[in-house]
Design a protein around this ligand. Structure first.
Ligand SMILES: Nc1ncnc2c1ncn2[C@@H]1O[C@H](COP(=O)(O)OP(=O)(O)O)[C@@H](O)[C@H]1O
Ligand SMILES: [Mg+2]
Length: 298
């Protein structure tokens, strides 16, 4: 549906949420083989995000919690992306050690944060214009590759030369902030020029773009890790599914790097459950309940 429109139309997304949510809840319970009576709490995302979609999810969950006599836990979507790192046990260290530097990169966010303890986040930097995922999606559209662009760019880039075209790495005054609009414009100009000359070498453009954006993300993440006494570097959000990004960051840091499996990087319900689990365990920290489209991490 979103592919047909080349992106997400908020009203369409909200309507589809409403259409799907009842059957989806039934299916989730069925797949897990459990009854509502075996559940401890019901969580839903309360922000940030598209207000229509947030309202559908949060109101449905609140209603369900009320009718089942269970607590409702409002979850910050970005906190969900962070807590996706607690869903899988790794042999050496079952849980990520804190404090950690966390890079949350998705279609709407590029946030670099210091996670001091559970549910305690201090912002270090964020994008001053486009989000990293948005840049991937826009470049993919420019190359007529489809939506969402991130996974397609990653696949196409494998056959390309990342050094084929020199692209700018933006310098931003604030040390941990990002800016991707200059890179996006540079790719636009490059593609227009190549189009005039004949066929566009799509794989080379995709690889050069991916190299530029992953280097920009990796450089600041590594600097943040070096300057703060942290135990771990964590990634989250749709763009964290990108293997080139993982490799670029792993190469530059002396810390253990944790990244959720690709399916747990892109939006999913399990990560919201994980964040809710820690919200309940670490009571005393505020649990948001009101829906807010511009909710921040920290
Ligand atoms: N392998 C990948 N490489 C780069 N970007 C990716 C990859 N997989 C997904 N993305 C990007 O992640 C973004 C979606 O992030 P996600 O957190 O799932 O959704 P949202 O931004 O709506 O919260 C999209 O912009 C998509 O292109
Ligand atoms: Mg997301």
């Amino acid at each position: 549906m979103h592919q047909d429109t080349g992106g997400i139309v908020p009203e369409v997304a909200a309507r589809e949420h409403l259409r799907a949510i009842d059957a989806l809840t039934e299916k989730a319970l069925g797949d897990a083989g459990c009854q509502l009576t075996e559940i401890d709490a019901i969580a839903a995302t309360v922000g940030p995000g598209l207000i229509g979609c947030l309202l559908v999810g949060a109101n449905y969950a609140r209603g369900l919690a009320l009718s089942a006599g269970l607590p409702f836990v409002g979850v910050n979507h970005l906190e969900g992306h962070v807590y996706a790192n607690w869903l899988e046990e790794r042999e050496a260290t079952p849980e990520p050690e804190l404090p950690a530097v966390v890079l949350v990169v998705s279609g709407a966010h590029s946030d670099l944060v210091l996670m001091e303890a559970h549910r305690r986040f201090r912002p270090l930097g964020r994008t001053i214009d486009d989000a990293a995922g948005e840049a991937f999606d826009k470049v993919a559209r420019l190359l007529h590759l489809g939506f969402p662009g991130g996974p397609i760019i990653e696949r196409v880039a494998k056959a390309g030369d990342p050094k084929a075209f020199p692209l700018p790495r933006a310098a931003v005054a604030d040390r941990f902030d990002f800016s991707f609009s200059g890179l996006k414009t540079a790719v636009l100009r490059l593609v227009r020029e190549l189009e005039k000359k004949g066929e566009v070498p799509v794989a080379d453009v995709a690889a050069s773009f991916q190299k530029a954006i992953t280097e920009m993300l990796a450089e600041k993440t590594a600097r943040a890790a070096a300057e703060h006494a942290v135990q771990t570097v964590l990634l989250g959000g749709g763009v964290a599914a990108n293997l080139a990004l993982r490799e670029e960051i792993a190469r530059r840091i002396g810390h253990p790097l944790r990244v959720p499996s690709p399916a747990l990087c892109t939006d999913n319900g399990a990560m919201i459950g994980a964040a809710a689990f820690f919200a309940l365990r670490h009571r005393g920290t505020e649990i948001p309940v009101a829906v807010r489209s511009d909710l921040k991490l920290a």
